[in-house]
Ligand binder design. Structure first.
Ligand SMILES: Cc1cc2nc3c(=O)[nH]c(=O)nc-3n(C[C@H](O)[C@H](O)[C@H](O)COP(=O)(O)OP(=O)(O)OC[C@H]3O[C@@H](n4cnc5c(N)ncnc54)[C@H](O)[C@@H]3O)c2cc1C
Length: 387
């Protein structure tokens, strides 16, 4: 099989590359996913707003909501280039999850009002889905909301709120029908953080950066911040990730692989270049295979999307592969680079201490759901095994 891009798609890739060359200092590496480093954060926001100003955050959205209505493959090409350059694109909870939910279940008026703001990152949303007792089993959430006049009164605790301290609003789910069970009776809200009754405490992440616990104590939310239909929250949660389009995570591995390969061409162990060591060559081969496997799964998703084929097993296969591959991939990078790769950045750490961070972060990968739960989906929906 040969995969080729059209001349138009190649030209689009070049346009993205030119933009990144103009906007990103070549020597700078970024990792803002869960980081709250203030200087990096400011740079990331400024950079992301430039991407938004070009209409690229909402690249695939309909034009009436501030998008460019471009095909999913263009999003994937853009994502490949951004990932390879480790571009500091932040706010995926705004233009990905929140926008995706609105597109899936917001009213026409809400889509026209919120989406252009999210697409420019004028509005920064945090995600308030998980709770201390409701992560994988989100349908057991305990946060409640009841109507009082024209307000909703929200009470509960959310956890793992990434970027909470930087956000303007919390995109959250609450049970609005006390007699409902499980997936029914859940409603979505976009709650402004400056309303009285919202507080946060930090939750430090071993992988880097921080999340937060968010407390909602009798927060009176005006009804215009209720999103979609009352009780229609579950459908929105299930469709939420559409807004950001297809993510090309394989390009990030490709970048890492290129750096490790370069290290092996340069560095010697016991008088011999690493690249000449048969064991290292075998390990490099395995890394290359892993990243190729990830690339093929992404390309398959784009192709399915183009041909309107629903993702097989709800996309669970790709999630299991990418989440379980990540720690294995970075563990192998550390084995290749050697024991000093366990050092944080200092003058003895090879590759500027990057390998230590790669490995540590590779295990902080529960965001968006765990691979064990996706394995359950594969077992039941994929293989038809009993629950
Ligand atoms: C870095 C990071 C950022 C995050 N950011 C956000 C955020 O911004 N907003 C937000 O709302 N949430 C966020 N989360 C939370 C994330 O969505 C949850 O961690 C995830 O859904 C898992 O829930 P849990 O942590 O409660 O683990 P649990 O659901 O308690 O699971 C614990 C373990 O049991 C396993 N397990 C659970 N159920 C089953 C089952 N049925 N079969 C087999 N194994 C099972 C899981 O795989 C896991 O290994 C973030 C998490 C991380 C790590």
């Amino acid at each position: 099989m040969q995969i080729r891009f059209t001349p138009e798609q190649d030209a689009w890739r070049q346009e993205v590359r030119d933009f990144l060359d103009a906007e990103l200092p070549p020597e700078m590496g970024f990792d803002v996913e869960f980081d709250e480093d203030e200087a990096l954060w400011e740079f990331s926001v400024a950079f992301t707003k430039k991407v938004g100003a070009k209409g690229w955050l909402g690249l695939n959205w309909p034009t009436e909501y501030g998008g460019l209505a471009r095909p999913p493959i263009d999003r994937m090409i853009m994502s490949e280039e951004f990932e390879y350059r480790e571009a500091p694109l932040c706010g995926s909870i705004s233009w990905g999850l929140t926008a995706g939910s609105l597109l899936a279940g917001g009213t026409e008026e809400q889509k026209r009002y919120w989406l252009p703001q999210l697409g420019r990152l004028d509005l920064h949303a945090a995600e308030g889905l998980s709770e201390p007792g409701a992560g994988s089993d989100l349908a057991s959430l305990k946060t409640t909301a009841y109507q009082d006049g024209s307000d909703w009164v929200v009470n509960g605790q959310k956890t793992y709120t990434t970027w909470g301290t930087h956000a303007d609003c919390l995109f959250t789910a609450a049970r609005t029908d006390p007699n409902s069970k499980r997936h029914h009776g859940i409603t979505m809200f976009l709650i402004p953080y400056d309303l009285p009754g919202i507080s946060m405490t930090p939750m430090m992440n071993l992988g880097g950066g921080q999340q937060n616990h968010t407390y909602l104590d009798n927060v009176r939310v005006p009804e215009e911040y209720m999103i979609g239909e009352v009780g229609g929250g579950w459908k929105m949660i299930m469709n939420a990730f559409y807004g950001g389009g297809i993510h090309a995570g394989h390009a990030y591995y490709e970048r890492t692989f290129a750096e490790v390969l370069e290290h092996c061409r340069r560095e010697k162990r016991r008088g011999r270049l690493l690249i000449e060591d048969p064991l290292v060559r075998q390990q490099l081969g395995q890394l290359a295979l892993m990243l190729e496997q990830a690339r093929m799964l992404t390309y398959e998703s784009v192709s399915n999307y183009n041909n309107q084929i629903p993702p097989q097993f709800g996309g669970a296969l790709g999630v299991v592969v990418s989440k379980e591959m990540r720690p294995r991939f970075f563990e192998m990078c550390q084995e290749i680079v050697g024991p000093l790769s366990q050092l944080k950045p200092n003058r003895f750490a090879p590759m500027g201490g990057q390998a230590e961070a790669w490995y540590r972060q590779s295990y902080a990968n529960h965001a968006g759901g765990t691979s064990q739960v996706k394995r359950m989906v594969l077992a039941t929906r994929g293989l038809g095994l009993p629950r």
